[in-house]
Ligand binder design. Structure first.
Ligand SMILES: *Cc1c(COP(=O)(O)O)cnc(C)c1O
Length: 393
């Protein structure tokens, strides 16, 4: 059965519906570096792209292909490209679209390394960049240049949880023939489908919600059409940013419960956000599920739910935040997000520490900002833990 028209959970469980030749219910780990050709003509046909036979695991592998095709189905795209990590996916897209004299326009609060690699490395190869607050369409409009080759969005952004108007930005970009890539890690395809909203490319850190169990690092790219797919896949293959079959297997397993995990985490997140919003020691909170979020209406339009990510600031700034992080017992003080356990971290000294002070300021990554990824524990336990830790502040 082809699951193109099945519901989301059926797609998660059954993927494309392709059957394993040995009858294995679960796609096995094809732990091999290379694949035998039937004969010389078959080998030649594989290399010429006239046969979809496998050649070599960096180029393609059945365990990885199953994950790629499943995520492409979930994102309603043409096909997927598995990568070594989320940053492997980001770098592959940058390599495919950028070059000397080309310009990238992006959000000033994207995932720290997604910006740091442009300003620290791609700049050495003549790539120009502008970082603006893409939640403001006018700033995007004003920053487009004749040599802009890629608009790179993250919405909600990391860690400020600002929401960008993806459809409006895509319309603007396409008037200038500029492709748009969206990092959809915070939402996962369960809550948002950027390709449907007009984007050309969507990518994920699989490390987060898609795998969901904090036991692998991986990334994936899905394109809207075949031309972009070919261009990006060949870049992934030649740079060696490929996945590993075991990593793909674990991710495919974690992916099956994506929707039930997010439903649960999101329900918890709403309760935690309401608790924090009224707590006397909390100065502000950003969560797409609260009407106090500045892009609350837009979030409701673009996303099927508010997700499990929030950021907040404590009265008393960084010192108070440190006290909170040092006293949590159930919540884990760790970077990463989207797993079954609740994680708390401090972006200014952790995930975004490589950014300059100016870049942090302009991106709204203030010293007092604490990021919380709400897990699937009992909401009452998460709240009780935050409550006792806040009492020490
Ligand atoms: C974690 C993350 C990345 C990078 O992914 P890795 O798997 O750690 O390389 C990219 N974008 C966002 C939004 C992330 O949270």
């Amino acid at each position: 059965m082809n699951h193109e028209h099945s519901g989301f959970n059926s797609k998660l469980v059954h993927g494309t519906g392709a059957k394993d030749p040995m009858g294995s219910v679960i796609t096995p780990i094809y732990q091999t570096s290379t694949f035998a050709f039937q004969n010389a003509d078959h080998g030649a046909a594989c290399f010429a792209g006239e046969s979809d036979g496998y050649i070599y695991t960096r180029i393609g592998n059945p365990t990885i292909r199953d994950l790629e095709k499943t995520v492409a189905l979930l994102e309603k795209g043409y096909d997927g490209i598995g990568c070594s990590s989320g940053m492997g996916a980001v770098t592959t897209v940058y390599m495919a679209y950028l070059g000397s004299g080309k310009h990238i326009l992006s959000h000033n609060a994207v995932y720290g390394p997604s910006r740091a690699i442009i300003e620290g490395t791609f700049s050495k190869f003549g790539v120009e960049s502008t970082y603006v607050d893409t939640t403001d369409l006018e700033q995007v409009r004003a920053a487009i240049r004749p040599n802009t080759a890629l608009i790179y969005l993250e919405s909600p952004a990391n860690p400020t949880i600002g929401i960008s108007d993806i459809p409006a930005i895509c319309r603007l970009a396409h008037q200038h023939n500029i492709p748009v890539c969206v990092d959809n890690t915070f939402c996962s395809p369960y809550l948002q489908n950027p390709l449907e909203l007009g984007a050309d490319i969507v990518l994920h850190s699989l490390t987060k919600f898609l795998n969901g169990h904090a036991d692998i690092v991986g990334g994936i790219i899905v394109t809207k059409d075949a031309a972009e797919y070919k261009k990006i896949r060949s870049m992934m293959v030649i740079t060696g940013c490929n996945m590993d079959p075991h990593q793909a297997f674990l991710t495919r397993r974690g992916l099956k419960t994506l929707a039930i995990r997010i439903d649960r985490a999101q329900e918890n997140a709403m309760k935690v956000a309401r608790f924090l919003e009224t707590h006397p020691k909390v100065a502000w909170i950003m969560y797409p599920g609260l009407p106090s979020h500045p892009q609350y209406e837009l979030g409701n339009k673009l996303m099927k739910g508010p997700g499990a990510m929030m950021s907040f600031g404590l009265k008393g700034g960084l010192e108070s935040g440190k006290k909170l992080m040092d006293h949590v017992q159930l919540c884990v003080l760790a970077v990463s997000l989207g797993g079954i356990e609740t994680l708390i971290q401090h972006p200014a000294s952790m995930t975004h520490s490589k950014l300059s002070a100016a870049a942090k300021k302009e991106g709204g990554i203030s010293d007092e900002l604490v990021r919380l990824s709400v897990g699937i524990e009992e909401a009452e336990d998460i709240i009780a833990d935050l409550e006792q830790a806040l009492a020490t502040v």
